[in-house]
Design a protein around this ligand. Structure first.
Ligand code: CFM
Length: 543
């Protein structure tokens, strides 16, 4: 099959073929999660529902979303996993969220994995005492500014109360350290997405707004929410902001500090990178403190330029606007050079992206810049709004699994609520093309007829590869070696394998180079599974 013309790729066959292999009930359910896109009339997709038992999913757990994703990347809070050692160990550092301590916060606890290492006796007789002891030990050793406790599955099953322990230990340590717990047991939601929500609520209740001090060298002050510094992405964004003369008050939560969370309410704008994991905090900052938020994207050179221009327009300061334009013009010189070089090889190649809750969308920008077509994409745990846009939120049915997650009601802060822009100013900015509190979702930007698949199963992944032979498949470590054994290169978009940063202009250049190497390398065509080259494959058990 040649891949030169769109008509050669008959995606229409996929759904029927895949569903035929499932039992009737399963096929009925999966059919709702596999849709053909139409950007003009966005179709409804089923998302954020339980995976059918027996299907191999890409998803992680609620604990992973809370500890691993949202709180984990912060560097001066001791994050203790209350549970068996595996949960702590496997949520430790594999995501490559990087940190760089500075004079203000020299602590860096990222290299440590803190766990209570629950044993049989703790499961039978309770683990609260062991947790208290762990907190005492951590305090004596490190004197951290804050200690967070994360609940794993057994904690919920046996009824340990991490919140009571947090209160008890705050008293015992005479309030010298801010201690708080999260009820983020792995089973609490259908995926890690529930953990994000629980983490966001906890950030709001325990940290955001605790410190009114305003410092920094620039007058334009923003937060970047949903940026976790994988492979140094947040460093690239920090450098860029500095060039433009924009203060990053808080990055949530890549390379962040306790103080960044505590002072986030002093910023004048929130940019939301990963809508899925942190849109709750953006909303809470607006409701309580009057800080507007906009969806942003630093993945892709064009997207980065667009985001910077949005910030310039929002502040409406000519000096800032000029400085931003100057930075864009300067950066684009090396971007164009790298892009043209890569394009010679990458143009027309096919990509598939199945990652998390935002990157399967964001990275399509970079593939577009490489002239590559994303013929199929989907999230592991996105909600309908991440696919179809925020306008569908009122129509999303709240099921028992979502109801299980604590909802907190947020009010205007009685003394510190200060709308950064008046209604009229916001309206004027909207008429100039800025969009507040909005996100269009993945489907609005994908071509007509492309395949959008939620919570892709392993079987469906194999079928996609068999039927369409993409030049690159983007997913995670669980998929990596299965896909590569099928002769297709896989780029991990969770931890970037060993690469990155991929954000901002400098990241785009890195990405062009890496993808050119990976997707245009002929070695993959030489890959043959043993059963393809030998008549009989024999093996013996190794005991
Ligand atoms: Fe947001 Fe993320 Fe993602 Fe995510 Fe994640 Fe991640 Fe991800 Mo892995 S917060 S939704 S829970 S952008 S860890 S940094 S790469 S699945 S697409």
């Amino acid at each position: 099959m040649t891949k030169d013309t769109e008509k050669d790729i008959n995606l229409a066959e996929f759904k029927e073929e895949v569903l035929a292999a499932y039992p009737k009930k399963v096929a009925k359910k999966r059919a709702k999660g596999i849709v053909y896109n139409d950007p003009d009339e966005i179709p409804q997709i089923q998302a954020n529902v339980r995976t059918i038992p027996g299907i191999i999913t890409q998803r992680g757990c609620t604990y992973a979303g809370c500890k691993g994703v949202v709180l984990g990347p912060t560097r001066d809070i001791v994050n203790i996993t209350h549970g068996p050692i595996g949960c702590g160990f496997y949520s430790w550092l594999t995501r490559r969220n990087q940190t760089r301590p500075d004079e203000q916060a020299p602590e860096n606890f990222i290299p440590y994995a803190f766990s209570t290492d629950m044993q049989d006796s703790n499961i039978v007789f309770g683990g609260e005492e062991k947790l208290k002891q762990a907190i005492r030990e951590a305090y004596e050793l490190f004197h951290p500014k804050a200690i967070a406790i994360f609940s794993t599955c057994p904690v919920g099953l046996i009824g340990d109360d991490v919140h009571r322990v947090a209160r008890h230990m705050t008293e015992e340590l005479e309030g010298k350290v801010n201690i708080f717990g999260f009820s983020c047991e792995g089973y609490r939601g259908v995926s890690q997405s529930a953990g994000h929500h629980i983490a966001n609520n906890g950030l709001y209740k325990n940290l955001i707004g605790n410190d009114d001090s305003v410092d920094g060298k620039y007058k334009f002050r923003i937060n970047v929410l949903g940026e976790y510094n994988i492979g140094g992405d947040a460093f690239a964004i920090e450098t860029l902001m500095d060039k433009c003369g924009i203060e990053l008050v808080a990055t949530m939560s890549g390379n962040s500090t306790k103080k960044q969370f505590e002072t986030a309410h002093t910023a004048d704008l929130s940019l939301v990178m990963c809508h899925r994991s942190i849109n709750y905090v953006a909303e809470m900052l607006e409701t309580s403190f009057g800080i507007p938020w906009m969806k942003a994207n630093f993945i892709g050179a064009e997207a980065t330029a667009k985001t910077l221009r949005k910030v310039g327009k929002y502040f409406g300061d000519q000096e800032l606007i000029d400085r931003i334009e100057k930075v864009i013009a300067e950066e684009m010189i090396s971007v164009k050079e790298a892009q043209e070089k890569a394009l010679e090889k990458t143009n027309g190649k096919l990509a598939m992206l199945f990652v998390g809750g935002s990157r399967a969308h964001h990275y399509q920008e970079l593939f577009n810049e490489l002239g590559m077509k994303t013929i199929s994409a989907g999230y592991e745990f996105g909600h309908r709004d991440d696919y179809e846009g925020r306008r569908v939120i009122p129509t999303i049915q709240i099921d028992a699994d979502s109801r299980n997650i604590e909802q907190i009601t947020v009010y205007e802060d009685s003394t510190r609520y200060k709308p950064r822009k008046t209604e009229e100013e916001l309206k004027a900015l909207e008429s100039e093309g800025l969009e507040f509190n909005g996100y269009e979702g993945m489907m609005a930007e994908m071509k007509k007829g492309t395949l959008v698949i939620d919570d892709l199963s392993h079987y469906e992944m194999e079928k996609l590869i068999e039927m369409y032979h993409p030049d690159i498949f983007c997913a995670g470590i669980k998929e990596k070696f299965c896909v590569q054994k099928m002769g297709i290169p896989l780029k991990q978009l969770h931890n970037y394998d060993y690469g990155g940063p991929y954000a901002a202009f400098e990241g785009a250049i890195n990405f062009y180079k890496d993808i050119e190497q990976i997707a245009c390398c002929s070695i993959w065509k030489e890959m043959k599974a043993p059963w393809e080259s030998e008549d009989i494959v024999e093996a013996e058990y190794a005991y």
